[in-house]
Design a protein around this ligand. Structure first.
Ligand code: TYM
Length: 374
């Protein structure tokens, strides 16, 4: 990875070059031929795909080949709790929910409630506290509309009988030198985290274990999680399972224009439980890249690619391409001034969060239908 940025599961820094990342790790672009094949089954594409925010894949073409042969896939994704979820965390889940609806397939959702406990040195929560917070995250996930009959959600700590047995089979094939290279572990890294990647591999072949024959698996995620599966894919091949296919989203940027909205950058991150005044305050500090004064802005206009308000519409809040283009145009020709632009976005985000919280409350009643334990 070039010095200018770094991406792995435990550290994301600098300005990410997505093309470079894809090239370095052998991800394939989602090209028009592939989107055409997808569209055959899904109808009009999700805006994340149309806008190249879902930008790369590993063997999505193979998943479609198998699907066409009558060998459907299941989906797998996850959430490693440390705090409440933010908007960026929802993106791979939104994509997963869309894929579940369009292909009518099952999804496995792993909640590794030990991962961040092991990964974050300064975490001040006990395992039990993380578990309760993870339960709250699950409500956020269910609120997106996953189908109970086709969705299995499990926590590492109380699905341990199933998870651990299979993780051990994976762990036997992963050497210290492999995880050291892949994750940058050092002599100071704790052994729990060295093992953890084996736990994240399990749901990628768990369905095959359960049914006794190989079932293709498709994993939606953002690029920080790729490192786990670069390690796991080789091992699963050795164990006689299919290697999972992956579909990658770019990161929702931070409000200040940094590459990734992140839990550790609270001021530039919109959490799903942020109250309306907090959202407004954060959005008003967002980077817009507009000219220094309203006069200059009217005269020269701004650059939507650098304006985070525009980008939040593109990544999340304006699914309609025509309406998005109108916002971008107004930004370019200077008719949209920073104050009103930000006020409108804050309003849109608050409406979204209000509706999300309503669905989250309703999710509480359905919780039992989703969670499996052993
Ligand atoms: P976690 O909890 O850090 O993140 C959950 C999911 O959100 C993605 N993500 C983002 N996507 C868009 N914009 C952002 N700013 C952003 N920040 C995070 C992550 O890539 C992830 O897909 N180890 C995992 C949990 C996990 C998992 C999995 C994830 C277990 N099994 C299988 C994906 C697939 C974690 O801590 O994710």
């Amino acid at each position: 990875m070039p010095e200018s940025y770094h991406v792995d599961a435990y550290k994301v820094e600098g300005k990410i070059d997505y093309d470079q990342f894809a090239k370095q790790y052998g991800l394939k672009p989602i090209d028009p031929e592939l989107t055409k094949r997808l569209e055959k089954y899904t109808g009009p594409l999700h805006f994340l795909l149309r806008r190249n925010i879902v930008f790369a894949h590993r063997e999505l073409d193979w998943i479609l080949n198998e699907y066409e042969k009558g060998n459907p896939f299941y989906l797998y994704t996850g959430r490693g709790t440390s705090k409440g979820m933010h908007l960026g965390h929802l993106m791979p889940f939104m994509l997963a929910k869309w894929l579940q609806d369009k292909f009518g397939v099952e999804i496995y959702i792993q909640i590794p409630d030990e991962e961040k406990y092991l990964a974050k040195k300064d975490i001040d929560m006990s395992l039990d506290e993380i578990h309760s917070m993870a339960m709250d995250n699950v409500l956020d996930i269910i609120a997106l509309g996953f189908k109970p009959a086709k969705t299995k959600i499990f926590f590492d700590t109380n699905y341990a009988n199933t998870m651990y047995k299979n993780a051990v089979r994976v762990a036997k094939h992963i050497t210290f030198s492999t995880v050291k290279d892949a994750f940058g572990f050092t002599n100071e890294s704790n052994i729990g985290l060295l093992f953890y990647t084996a736990m994240q591999a399990v749901p990628a072949f768990l369905k095959s274990v359960e049914v006794g024959h190989n079932v293709p698996c498709l994993i939606p995620l953002a690029i920080d999680q790729d490192v786990h599966f670069r390690v796991a894919r080789d091992v699963l091949g050795k164990l006689g399972y299919y290697k999972p296919s992956i579909i990658y989203t770019k990161f929702l940027p931070g409000l200040d224009g940094t590459s990734k909205m992140s839990s550790s950058e609270g001021g530039n991150t919109i959490y799903l439980d942020d109250p309306p005044e907090v959202v407004k305050k954060k959005v008003f500090r967002a980077l817009t890249g507009q000219q220094a004064t309203a006069e200059l802005q009217k005269k020269y206009g701004g650059d939507p690619d650098k304006c985070m308000v525009c980008q939040y519409y593109r990544y999340f809040f304006e699914p309609n391409d025509k309406k998005l283009e109108a916002i971008f145009k107004a930004e370019r020709n200077g008719t949209l001034l920073a104050g009103e632009h930000k006020a409108a976005l804050a309003d849109t985000i608050n409406k979204f969060l209000k509706e999300h919280r309503r669905k989250k409350e309703r999710a509480r009643e359905k919780l039992d239908k989703f969670i499996v334990s052993d």
